[in-house]
Design a protein around this ligand. Structure first.
Ligand SMILES: C[S@@+](CC[C@H](N)C(=O)[O-])C[C@H]1O[C@@H](n2cnc3c(N)ncnc32)[C@H](O)[C@@H]1O
Length: 250
């Protein structure tokens, strides 16, 4: 009985602490620099409101949960129609909702287009029931930076136009590894979309994250002149991919 009461008390404490973190500490940690222009302060405040509001971020695509920002989905659709890739390679499937999004859009942009989506965990059963997923998505289970997975993807997309979307493990080291592994598959005019460059204070600061995708992009671009940041893809103002739309220009 005493153990049960202790467990309940501990659970209540964890719930209170977590909700306090999201409502007070996280927004405070992410406060904009005082020198930021007023419109940027407003945009950053809105992004934090959106990011830390669990209802706003509870998105799904055709019934399958996904963790996408609708503004970035719109821009990704524009990129797909501009570049008409044969393959979208996604690192980080989660439940397969985003792969279903890319497949739905790609089917219109390039009727022969296919999606390859990679994750260490297989939680895609609901997504696999969707006709569009059956038709054009292949899930690979394993780490996106495992050399066998990278080689398998390279074999499948050889000679084709490839767009890459990175949304797996959000550490600087892992994303840099992904950028180095998958960038050779992307030809001139095509894109790598590095998602969640907004964490580590750009402008959101979720708990447990240090240097991540944003820092990986900086590292990658410092040694690679073939890719540039396409700022026009950030023009809808709210993006979770600041500096993350990378276009191959040579
Ligand atoms: C942010 S979620 C992906 C969200 C998904 N793209 C969506 O929008 O619905 C990150 C995913 O990366 C996966 N992951 C973590 N480490 C990974 C790794 N080394 N390789 C591939 N996937 C990984 C996790 O299992 C998780 O499903």
């Amino acid at each position: 009985m005493r153990n049960a009461l202790s467990a309940i008390a501990l659970t209540v404490l964890v719930v209170i602490a977590t909700s306090l973190y999201f409502t007070t500490v996280a927004p405070w940690l992410s406060k904009p620099k005082p020198s930021a222009p007023p419109e940027q302060v407003t945009v950053d405040e809105f992004q934090r409101l959106w990011y830390f509001n669990r209802n706003a971020s509870r998105t799904s695509w055709m019934g399958v949960p996904t963790q996408q920002n609708p503004m970035d989905v719109w821009i990704t659709q524009e990129i797909m129609f501009d570049t008409k890739p044969d393959f979208v390679v996604e690192c980080g499937s989660y439940m397969g909702g985003s792969a279903a999004v890319w497949a739905t859009l790609l089917a219109q942009a390039n009727p022969a287009g296919r999606v390859i989506s990679i994750d260490v965990l297989d939680r895609m059963d609901e997504a696999r029931k969707l006709p569009i997923v059956k038709e054009r998505v292949e899930f690979l289970i394993g780490s996106s930076t495992d050399s066998a997975i990278v080689a398998e993807v390279a074999r499948r997309v050889s000679g084709k136009k490839v767009m890459v979307i990175l949304d797996s493990l959000h550490t600087e080291e892992h994303v840099l590894d992904e950028l180095r592994s998958y960038s050779p598959l992307v030809r001139e005019g095509q894109y790598i979309e590095v998602q969640d460059t907004n964490i580590n204070g750009h402008p959101v600061r979720p708990p447990g994250f240090g240097p991540g995708p944003y820092e990986a992009v900086q590292d990658f671009l410092a040694g690679n002149k073939a890719f540039v940041v396409d700022r026009d893809r950030e023009r809808l103002i709210l993006t979770f991919c600041p500096s993350g739309f990378l276009k191959r220009v040579r």
